[in-house]
Structure formats: structure tokens, C-alpha cells
Design a protein around this ligand. Structure first.
Ligand SMILES: [Zn+2]
Length: 278
């Protein structure tokens, strides 16, 4: 196994020569993640995680209009994300107004809590958060986290090993202790770059994610620990500055805010519309 790992390291080293050190590390990680965790494996991991989340008791919204609303937003982002990574996105809306959160898992699964929709002031904020999560998918952050947390040699031996269940078991453990869904600061900043790009490309005000960042601290006092997205996405002035700098540098613009289109969805959620799934 050591020789196979050695080969992978040499291959990665050869592909990223000439970059800056930091960029080199990121590129190396993404190449390793791509080489060792295939799209097929990612899809299997995503399915495994979905089953485990359901076993843990997450409940999806039964309101088809709310589900279709979020699917519609993601559908606007998909063609732009596809240019960076051709992968299908799956939308799951979790029925939990007390939790302000969204996350992505391997295999392009996006999970959004209804509490995030009711906390946002307008659609551009929701789109900013969704685009950020799509950024995690596009940049293969879950697979890169595996490499970072388990070590290259362990992921290599799991991926190349004869027991395909071994990788699944390890991911199950990582999911249980939350390690797989916690991203590094570098990954968060990278996902922010995708967030503003995709939001602007879809015609939205790319400052939506920064507006949502600013909102979270004021909401925190009301819901305390339920604000999971804030816990995994620490809002710092530095982060908002970086978002604004990316918008300026890449000359991104978009005028759509969509307060009027989000409002009826918020009303449905807050009223707890008893709607059958069919
Ligand atoms: Zn994130």
C-alpha cells in the first residue's frame, strides 16, 4: 500500500508545480480527493449519510410548495455550478423552524432547515447560503475533509482497499461526531467565493450572504444554540470584508433581492400549513 500512496503523492506533486505554497496545498488536496473518492463513492456516501440522518430523526417538510420553492432556487444555481463541477444536486428541506442551518454532504445533497428560510429577510440571503453550500460540493470539501482528517495514506488504503464497506464505516463514525460536516476556515472562505459568483450569475444581489452573516448575531440571543449555521460559519468582520472584496475584484453584480417572493413561503412555514405531500 505504501507504494501506491507514494505514487499518488508524486502524481499530485507533479500536477501542482508552479503554484504558490497555499494554492499548492489546496490543489493537491482537491486532486487527491478526486482521485481517491470517486463520484460513485461520493454518491454512496451521500446516500449513507441521508439514511443515518433519517434514522437520527430529521423530518422533511410535507409542504410541497416549500420544497419546490427551494428546488427552484437551486435549479437557478445549477447551470452555473455545473461549469465548475458536473454533478447533480439533491434538495432536502428539513421541517424545523427552531434551527437556522443548512449543510451539504457528499453526492451533492443540500439540506436546508425551514428555520433558515424564516430567518432570512429576502431570497438573495437564502440564495447566498445555498450557493455557499453548493460551493462546498463543487470544491469537493467533504472528500478533502476526509483526506485532512484521516490522513492521505488512510484514505488511500480505504479507497484502494478490497473492502468497500470500510470507507463507509469510517464516514459513519465521522458523521456521528460531526467531523465530516465541519469545514476548515480555508474551505469556508473558498465556499464564500463560489457563493457570490453563483448568486450574481443567477441575477441576485451577491451581497446576500454577507447580509445573512450580519443578521445571525442579532438572532442568536433569541434562539441560542439552535443557530447551528453560525457555529459552523463564524461571522467575522474579516469574512464579510473578504466577501465584499471578491464582489469588487470579480465585478459581480445582481439586483434581485426577492423579499416579495420569500414572504409567502415564510408565511406558509410560520402558519404550519397542513399540506399533504401528494
Ligand atoms: Zn460552509
Amino acid at each position: 500500500m505504501a507504494s501506491r500512496v507514494g505514487w499518488a503523492v508524486v502524481m499530485v506533486g507533479g500536477l501542482v508545480s508552479g503554484c504558490t505554497l497555499m494554492q499548492e496545498r489546496d490543489d493537491a488536496e482537491i486532486v487527491v480527493a478526486k482521485a481517491l473518492v470517486s463520484d460513485e463513492q461520493e454518491a454512496q456516501l451521500g446516500e449513507q449519510i441521508r439514511r443515518e440522518l433519517e434514522q437520527q430523526g430529521i423530518r422533511y417538510t410535507k409542504d410541497v410548495q416549500v420544497q419546490q420553492y427551494v428546488e427552484g432556487l437551486v435549479a437557478q444555481l445549477q447551470p452555473h455550478a455545473k461549469k465548475d463541477r458536473d454533478t447533480r444536486l439533491h434538495v432536502h428541506v428539513i421541517d424545523d423552524t427552531k434551527t437556522v442551518n443548512a449543510f451539504a454532504t457528499p453526492g451533492g445533497h443540500l439540506y436546508v432547515y425551514t428555520g433558515l428560510l424564516t430567518t432570512a429577510s429576502n431570497e438573495s440571503e437564502v440564495v447566498g447560503v445555498l450557493s455557499h453550500e453548493v460551493g462546498h460540493v463543487v470544491a469537493r470539501h467533504a472528500a478533502r475533509s476526509l483526506v485532512a482528517q484521516l490522513g492521505l495514506s488512510n484514505v488511500a488504503s480505504l479507497a484502494l482497499g478490497s473492502d468497500p464497506e470500510a470507507l463507509h464505516q469510517v464516514v459513519g463514525q465521522l458523521l456521528t461526531n460531526g467531523a465530516l460536516l465541519a469545514h476548515s476556515r480555508a474551505d469556508e472562505l473558498e465556499a464564500d467565493v463560489y457563493a457570490v459568483r453563483y448568486a450574481a450569475a443567477a441575477g441576485y444581489d451577491p451581497r446576500g450572504i454577507a447580509m445573512f452573516f450580519r443578521k445571525l448575531p442579532t438572532v442568536e440571543g433569541r434562539w441560542g444554540k439552535a443557530l447551528s449555521w453560525l457555529q459552523t460559519h463564524p461571522t467575522t468582520p474579516d469574512r464579510i470584508e473578504r466577501v465584499n472584496a471578491t464582489i469588487a475584484r470579480e465585478r459581480l453584480s445582481g439586483s434581485k433581492l426577492g423579499a416579495e417572493t420569500l414572504a409567502p413561503i415564510k408565511q406558509r412555514i410560520e402558519a404550519g400549513m397542513p399540506v399533504s405531500w401528494k
